[in-house]
Each structure stands twice: as C-alpha cells, then as structure tokens.
Design a protein around this ligand. Sequence first.
Ligand code: 13P
Length: 264
Amino acid sequence: MSHRTLFIAGNWKMNPASRASAVALAEAVKAGVGADTSVHVAVAPPALFLEAIDKAIDSSPLGLAAQNMHWKADGAYTGEHSAAMLLDAGCTHVILGHSERRHGMGETDAQVNLKLHAALAAGLIPIVCLGELLAEREAGQTESVLQTQLSGSLAGLTPEQMGGVVLAYEPVWAIGTGKVASPEQAQDAHAFIRRTLATQFSPAIAARVVVQYGGSVKADNAHGLLSCPDIDGALVGGASLKADDFLGIIQAAQAVTTHEKARA
Ligand code: 13P
C-alpha cells in the first residue's frame, strides 16, 4: 500500500468571473470536505481572489494554491507576484510550470527552476507540472521529454527539499480536451517519473514524492486513475469549477484510501 496521502487540487485557471462566484465555490468545497483529512485537498483560484478564498476556507483543512509566481523577492516586474505576497494572501501551495504557462507563455525549465527554489525558500509547497505534447507522445518521446523537464525544473534541489515538492504529470493532449490518459498510460508515465527521481535524488525520496495526474479528470474516471500504484492524486481543471463534480473526485480518492487502509 502506498504511504503517500492522496492529494486532489482544483486549478480554477482564469475562472470564475467574479469574486462572489469564487467564494461560493470555495464554500461549497469546504462544506463537502468537512473535517476529513484522509485525502489532502487544495483549491487554486486566480490571484485576485486568493485573499477572499483564504477567508472563505478559514478553519478548514483545505490548502490554498496560487497558479504562478515570480522568483524575485521584489522589484520592477510588472504584473507579477512574489512568494512573500502569496504567503501574505494565505497561500500554502503554488502551481509552477503549468503547461498553459510553458506552452502559452513560453515559460522554460530554467524559469520553473528559479521559481521552485524561491517557493521552497519561502515555505510554499510547490506543485511542479510536467508533461508531453501529443506530437511528442506520437514520436515516442514521452520519456525523454519528462526526463528533460525533471532534470531542468528540479535542478539544484537537495533530496530533503525534493521530499517536499509535489509533481503533477499533465499530458498536454489530455488537458481540457476530454481525452483522459488511460490508467495504464498514466501509470507508465508516473512510474517513469518515480524511477527518474530515484536516480536523480534517491529511492527513499522517490518513494515519498506525491505525483498527481492532470488532464480531463472527472468523477467517473478518477477511481481508475487513483487506484494506480504511482498515481497519488489529481490536478483538476474543468471539473473543479463545479463543487459537486470536484467533490465527486474527492470522494473517489477517499474511497481508494479507505480501500487501501482496509487491505493494509
Ligand atoms: P482539465 O481537467 O480541464 O483537463 O485541466 C487539467 C489541468 O490543466 C489542471 O491543471
């Protein structure tokens, strides 16, 4: 049985349109999760809503994630936010290197790496995203792409630091497309990521790192994915925007956890 606690995070991306709807969504997630801590849960609203959501989820076990940050502490970086600002807004986590930033905004492994070091220094838990494009998968390059992203994005971390990093495998072709990776495809990629971490850091660290899957996760496909030995949670986009859909995924994770406990 896995000793890694499953971690479900909702990446709201640039949604919803108003603070009132964001607060309502967070309150519904908070009510649905209640005091359960068998599965870790976080929400990642747009930066402008972080403070309001922090208040809304007060005294709940929910984590609060930003979707991006700059690596510098302060200065002339128009439109950016520092790790200290995110902490001040109540964040516990920060998503780094999402494919929409890598492929939409040209973010590089070197930049993700700078952000990762800054997030860890500030005490934020980073969720570092990686994953291949469809053309890369079709060309048989999935593992080499993941290897490059892992070595570039995670460069210079001590094993102890790596133990506190969350990874999210998000095949780009599965994001927002409704084309979810099969449990076998996802498990293969996750196992590769864990083997690579064992070489890059140590087998003990590789066994500790939580690796989420992301890409069209829904309540009805979550169980199959989360039952795989190396899949430790989900980074959910579209299905995190409706509380019932998101809670359905959390319930699937709780069911997997309960099942594992029963077997242990
Ligand atoms: P979807 O769940 O909408 O495919 O998005 C996944 C994602 O990008 C989460 O970060």
